[in-house]
Ligand binder design. Sequence first.
Ligand code: AHM
Ligand code: MG
Length: 335
Amino acid sequence: MSERLPITVAQHLLEQQKRRFPDASGEFSWLLSGITLATKMVAAEVRRAGLGNKLGATGDSNVQGEEVQKLDVYANEALLHCLGRRGNVGVLASEENDTPVVVLQNPSHGKYIVVFDPLDGSSNLDLNISVGTIFSILARDGSASDAGADVLQPGDRQLAAGYVLYGSSTMLVYTSGDGVYGFTLDPAIGAFVMSHPNIKMPARGSLYSVNEANMDGFPEYCRRYLHWLKSSEDDAIYSSRYIGSLVADFHRTLLRGGIFMYPPTARYSKGKLRLLYEANPIAFIAEQAGGMATDGRQRIMDIQPDSLHQRTPLYVGSKYEMERLMAFAKKKGAE
Ligand code: AHM
Ligand code: MG
C-alpha cells in the first residue's frame, strides 16, 4: 500500500489496541468513534457559527452559574447522542449537566464512563476564537454506591483522554497511556488523519500563559514565580501568550513547551478549572508527552475527587518550568 495514504484515527486505534491488547474486542475503538463522530458534528457547527443565528447565549445558566451558549447545548447533545448509543458506555458526565447521565444501569454492559466538557471556552465563540471539546474515559467498576459515584475516580485511573481543538484546523489529540497522538480533520474525506505522531512536549519552553489580571489574588509563591519568569535571572527569557481558551492555550504549551497556569484567584479560591473534565485529561496528555501537571501541592492525577464539578488550581507544562514552579511552591509551602 502507498505510504502516502493517510492513517486515520480509527486505523491507528485498532492497530494500537491489537499491539497492546491482542485479545481486545475492539469495543474501545468503537467508543472512540462515538467521540470522533460527535466532534465532527460540532466542528461543522462551529465552522458555520456566524450564520443562521447559531451564536449567542440561550438565556440559561449551567450548574456553575455560567451563561450557556447555543453551541454548548448543541455540543452537549451531540456527545450524549453519539456516545449514549454505543452500547458499552454506561455513564456520561458533562460540564453542562448537574449530575451524571446513566445510559446503561448494568455495569457489565455499560462498562465505560465518559466525562467531558462539550465546548470549552465557549464564551470566545462570538469572537471567532478557538474553542475545544475535552474528554476523559474511565472504567466503571460497579462497586460504587450509585453510578454517579463511579465517576469520582482520580485521574490516574483514566483509560484514555483527549481533546478536539476547533482552531484554524480541527485537531484531535489523544492518549491511552501509550504516548500522545494528534490527528487533523481532513475536510476532503471527513476523517481525522494522523498528523502529529508521538507528540513530545519540549523539556523547556520560552512561553508562559496565565490570566495576569488576576495576579493580586494568586498565592504568594505563584506571584514570585511570575516575577522570576519576567526577570532575566538564570537565562529565563520568556514571552507571554494567553488566549483564554484552555484547549488552545494547552495545545500551544504541548507543542512549544513552557507553562500554562490557572492558580487560585480572589474570585475562584480553588482555581477556576474543573478537575474531572478539564485538568485530569490535560494532565494525562501532558505527562504522556513528558510534561507535568500539579495543583501547586500535588500531582493533578493523584487528587481524589469528591464531586463531579469540583475545581482545582492547574499548573501544567514542560519539565523545566514545572520544576522551577515547584521549587517556588516548596520554599514557603503552597498556599
Ligand atoms: P468554560 O468551561 O466555562 O468555557 O471556562 C473555562 C475557560 C477555559 O477555557 C479557560 O482556560 C478559562 O476559562 C479562562 O478563564 P479566564 O477568562 O478567567 O481567564
Ligand atoms: Mg470548560
